[in-house]
Unconditional design. Structure first.
Length: 255
């Protein structure tokens, strides 16, 4: 293991499962102390216990990213606990299967829930995380976006695709606004990944085959593969990278 994040202090939202869990474990393996944040406390505690059992340092907190108070309190608590923060992984998100649909049929509650978690939650995580990074005199932010925000590759998922397009706009303006403060902001755009977020999709043989047929590699990603990209963007090895959208989608965006 490279330990390229030795001494770094990170928070990861949506870290109880899927890509977030993979990222939290990967960052810890690379030497970072990790705040494992999730709306599901038991899932966050399980991920943190996995990190600690491997010799890492992790603290689990229950956080609903839609609540500014909960986000701010978690950032402040972990900043005090770790003696500062260097790394913010804004990852928490939802994909509302069975509810998200074409625009003319989409109800406002579904739209709003998707925006509240996927976009407002990202903003709140970045807002309070950036304050901590400013106090630290620098650091890195990685936002989990999606190819659905740049391509029409998820037909009927109107709210999700729109929210993910918004995360890219957020990433770009933050990268410009904070570059002079020694803070880098980038996004990773995972393709279909084996995770609870898309469990409904992957459990349906017809839908699974339909989605995988669009991917040149012919398979879904493992959460660990996405975590590797996140770890790189969080590390000093990507010191000249900011405002970038890193596709990790098995070639989907190339066709």
């Amino acid at each position: 293991m490279t330990q390229r994040l030795r001494g770094k202090r990170a928070i990861v939202t949506g870290a109880g499962a899927g890509i977030g869990r993979g990222a939290a474990i990967k960052l810890a393996e690379e030497g970072a102390s990790v705040g494992v944040l999730d709306v599901n406390l038991s899932a966050a505690e399980e991920a943190a216990a996995t990190i600690r059992s491997a010799g890492g340092n992790a603290v689990a907190l229950k956080v609903d990213v839609r609540s500014e108070k909960e986000v701010a309190d978690a950032v402040n608590q972990l900043e005090a606990r770790f003696g500062g923060l260097d790394t913010i992984i804004a990852n928490a998100g939802v994909m509302l299967f069975g509810r998200d649909t074409v625009a003319a049929e989409l109800d406002l509650d579904t739209w709003q829930q998707c925006m509240d978690v996927n976009l407002t939650g990202m903003f709140l995580t970045c807002k309070h995380g950036l304050r901590a990074l400013e106090r630290n005199k620098g650091g890195a932010v990685v936002i989990t976006a999606s190819p659905t925000g740049t391509l029409g590759c998820a037909p009927t998922f109107t709210a999700y695709s729109t929210s993910k397009a918004g995360t890219l706009g957020l990433m770009r303006i933050l990268a410009i606004d904070y570059v002079k403060k020694n803070i880098r902001v980038n996004a990773v755009l995972p393709g279909t990944t084996n995770s609870p977020l898309v469990a409904t999709l992957m459990e349906n043989p017809v839908m699974r085959a339909e989605f995988l047929a669009k991917i040149p590699m012919g398979r879904a990603a493992d959460a660990r593969e996405i975590a590797n990209v996140i770890s790189f963007l969080a590390s000093d090895e990507s010191s000249y990278v900011t405002g970038a959208a890193w596709f990790a989608d098995g070639g989907l965006s190339s066709i």
